[in-house]
Design a protein around this ligand. Structure first.
Ligand SMILES: [Zn+2]
Length: 291
C-alpha cells in the first residue's frame, strides 16, 4: 500500500490567519486534501476527489457562486486528481474505487473524471444529495459533478460494525478490510470519516468533521473565526458537528492514541501529512512501502 496526499482544490480566501490560523497578510490558504492509495490487488483507491477537471476549466454554473467567491479557489487543471495521478505515473483507468467522506461540491467534483470507479458513500448522504433540500442543499450538492449515480454503493446509517468505539462499515463492497467507513453525520446528513489501516497504523481522514487542526489537536480547542463562520454556515446540524468533534478529539488525544487524524481543508495538516508520507518513501525507509 502506498498513500499519496494530494491537494485537489487549493483555495486562497481573504482573511489570512482568520481563515487558517497561520498565514501572514490578507490571504489565507485552504486545501482539499484527498488521497490516492496504490493497493496490491484493488488498483488505485481514492478518498474524495476535490474539484474536477471540468470545475477547473469552467467553474461557472458547476460550483455554487457564493461559496466559490468566499473560498477563492485557484482554478488550475494541474491541481486536479487526474493531473496529480499522471505526474505520479498512475493511470486514471486504474481507479476502481472512490470512498467519499460526503458529496459536497469541493469533494465530489472529480467523480465524473473517473467514470469506471465504484463510489462508496453513506446512504443518508446519497439521499440528501439527491433531495437537495433548501438553499444549502442546492448550493452544496451539484448533480452535474456526479456522472452515473448507478455506480454509487451506499451503506446504512447503522451499519453494525465497530471501529475504535465508533459505528463503522467494516466491509466496503469489493475493498479489503483495511478500508473502513466511519459515519460522522453533522457537517452533512451522511458525512463520514474514512479509516485506512497502513503498515504504520491507522489513518482517519475526517473530511469536514472539523476545519482547523486546533479544533481537534489543541489542548484548548478553538477555531479561527473565519473558518468557524464558514463551518457554521455549512453545518447540516450544529449540535451534531460539535458532538462528532468531541468524539474525534478524544480519539486523537487519547493517551494511547494510535490513529493519525486529519481533515480536508487544514493546510498545516496537509503539509505535515505530505512530508510524513514522503519521509516514509525516502531511501532510508524503503521497506515502508513493502506491505
Ligand atoms: Zn469541504
Amino acid at each position: 500500500m502506498r498513500i499519496h496526499h494530494l491537494d485537489c482544490g487549493p483555495a486562497r480566501p481573504l482573511g489570512g490567519a482568520l481563515m487558517d490560523g497561520v498565514s501572514p497578510g490578507a490571504i489565507g490558504r485552504l486545501t482539499c486534501h484527498c488521497l490516492a492509495i496504490e493497493t496490491p490487488r484493488h488498483g488505485v483507491v481514492l478518498v474524495d476527489t476535490g474539484l474536477g477537471m471540468r470545475d477547473m476549466l469552467r467553474p461557472a454554473g458547476r460550483l455554487p457562486t457564493l461559496n466559490s467567491a468566499l473560498l477563492r479557489f485557484r482554478y488550475d487543471p494541474d491541481r486536479t486528481m487526474l493531473r496529480h495521478m499522471k505526474r505520479l505515473g498512475l493511470h486514471p483507468g486504474d481507479v476502481r474505487h472512490i470512498v467519499m467522506t460526503h458529496l459536497d461540491f469541493d469533494h465530489a467534483g472529480g467523480l465524473v473524471d473517473f467514470p469506471q470507479a465504484t463510489v462508496h458513500v453513506m446512504e443518508a448522504e446519497a439521499g440528501a444529495a439527491h433531495a437537495r433540500e433548501g438553499v444549502l442543499g442546492r448550493a452544496r450538492y451539484r448533480p452535474v459533478q456526479w456522472g452515473d449515480t448507478g455506480r454509487w454503493r451506499t451503506y446504512p446509517d447503522r451499519p453494525g460494525g465497530r471501529w475504535y468505539g465508533f459505528d463503522a462499515v467494516e466491509r466496503l463492497a469489493g475493498l479489503p478490510q483495511e478500508f473502513v467507513l466511519v459515519p460522522l453525520p453533522g457537517h452533512s446528513a451522511g458525512h463520514a470519516g474514512v479509516a485506512i489501516e497502513t503498515p504504520q497504523g491507522w489513518l482517519l481522514h475526517a473530511g469536514d468533521t472539523y476545519f482547523n487542526r486546533a479544533e481537534i489537536h489543541a489542548a484548548v480547542p478553538h477555531c479561527p473565526p473565519g473558518s468557524a463562520a464558514y463551518e457554521a454556515v455549512m453545518a447540516w446540524s450544529g449540535p451534531l458537528v460539535r458532538a462528532q468533534q468531541r468524539r474525534v478529539r478524544a480519539l486523537a488525544q487519547a493517551a494511547d492514541a494510535t490513529v493519525m487524524v486529519f481533515c480536508t481543508h487544514d493546510p498545516v495538516e496537509y503539509v505535515a501529512l505530505t512530508a510524513w508520507a514522503e519521509r516514509l518513501r525516502a531511501p532510508a525507509n524503503k521497506n515502508a512501502d513493502a506491505a
